[in-house]
Design a protein around this ligand. Structure first.
Ligand SMILES: Nc1ncnc2c1ncn2[C@@H]1O[C@H](COP(=O)(O)OP(=O)(O)O)[C@@H](O)[C@H]1O
Ligand SMILES: [Mg+2]
Length: 358
């Protein structure tokens, strides 16, 4: 049996469908991330696991128990909220101890566990301070410590890194991943940041408007997105999605065409070609399509090149020196085995696996 399971869960707020018939299952050692834009239902899903919301339909299981209508304290989960929610009138030590104090755990045992988590999160110097006397990054670690001091069936983390500056966020991300490997406890993690989801997760569920669009490993989500929503939500810059037509094995983009080099039996009048920026090569003299460089953005390791092809704009990512300047007319070559074809509706066309595997 899976460790955490949702079956056909529905949650409405009056006429808003916050969670729309969501099902998933998480194994005991998973780092499971709910990824999607603001308002898509991530926090509500997490609160349903915690028991802070009750579903209108469906069932929720944790550790082989049906917890659908159980109280939060009967579920053995530990949650870190987006805004940390530390108690301002309590010291760091009191904040961390609190979940054990309310459970009437023995004082000595509390002392032992506080010291252990404070040490591993490197906040043992801060135990006597109040939340307003420590930095945002430190508050975030205190919130994590307050969760870690418990021995929950599952950790629930709601955008725990979003209030940190960029550098600290990267550090905290590595730390979180390390922590998960050490503890081996299931994590359900909420973020709108695709890089965070890719870096941390064993499994990602991509959400949109209360629906789970796709569940998979980071690699599956990146390489085989089920539709244009998932394809363009993941990756930085995201996948290029270009309107095209396919006929007789040729792909037509604007006034230009190139051979797909695979026998596609059907003609597709009105579809999209999807290709990630790193799978486009630029050449001065030859390629699939003629394009003009719009702008070049060097980022140190990599360079983003934005190109115009007729009326369409696409982005390429290159890791070599760039011997071009804006305005140059160049050719681009698309890696055939990295081309995706999507229906007008956005769904990846059955059979585009053939293209992937070519
Ligand atoms: N308590 C509530 N009352 C009314 N609407 C809510 C409530 N909580 C969330 N919603 C709505 O449900 C949808 C999903 O919200 P939420 O789960 O917070 O999204 P996310 O965390 O992905 O940004 C949004 O449209 C939001 O406005
Ligand atoms: Mg949220």
């Amino acid at each position: 049996m899976p460790w955490v399971e949702f079956t056909n869960v529905v949650k409405r707020f009056s006429n808003i469908m916050a969670v729309n018939n969501v099902s998933f299952s998480i194994e005991k050692h998973d780092f499971f991330t709910l990824l999607g834009p603001s308002g898509c239902g991530k926090t509500t899903t997490l609160r349903l696991i915690a028991g802070l919301e009750l579903p209108d339909e469906g069932r929720i299981f944790i550790a082989n128990q049906d917890v659908t209508y159980k109280l939060p304290k009967e579920r053995n989960v530990a949650m870190v909220f987006q805004n940390y929610a530390l108690y301002p009138h309590m010291t760091v030590k009191e904040n961390i101890s609190y979940p054990l104090v309310v459970r009437k755990i023995h004082k000595q045992e509390i002392e032992k566990r506080v010291n252990f988590v404070a040490e591993s999160l490197q906040i043992n110097q801060l135990l006597d301070r109040y939340p307003q006397q420590i930095s945002g990054g430190q508050q975030q670690r205190v919130a994590l410590a307050r969760a870690m001091i418990q021995t929950p069936s599952v950790f629930l983390l709601d955008e725990p890194l979003s209030n940190l500056d960029a550098k600290l966020r990267l550090e905290a991300r590595s730390f979180l991943k390390h922590l998960h490997m050490e503890l081996g406890t299931a994590v359900v993690y909420v973020t709108h940041d695709q890089a965070e989801a890719m870096a941390l997760s064993t499994k990602i569920a991509v959400m949109d408007s209360g629906i789970i669009k796709q569940i998979g490993t980071p690699k599956q989500i990146y390489d085989q997105p089920v539709d244009t929503f998932v394809a363009s939500f993941i990756g930085n810059p995201p996948m290029n999605i270009i309107p095209c037509r396919i006929s007789d094995g040729y792909c037509y983009i604007g006034e230009q065409r190139f051979q797909l080099q695979i026998p596609l039996a059907k003609t597709y009048q009105d579809v999209y070609l999807g290709i990630r920026p790193e799978n486009i090569q630029i050449d001065r003299t030859k390629g699939d399509l003629c394009a003009q460089i719009f702008v070049i953005e060097p980022l140190g390791v990599e360079t983003i090149i934005t190109l115009n092809i007729d009326n369409y704009q696409i982005k390429c990512l290159v890791f070599e020196d760039v011997p071009y300047t804006a305005g140059d007319k160049i050719w681009i070559k698309l890696k055939r085995d990295k081309i995706h074809i999507f229906e007008k509706s956005g769904k990846r066309i059955q059979g585009s696996e053939q293209i992937d595997n070519y």
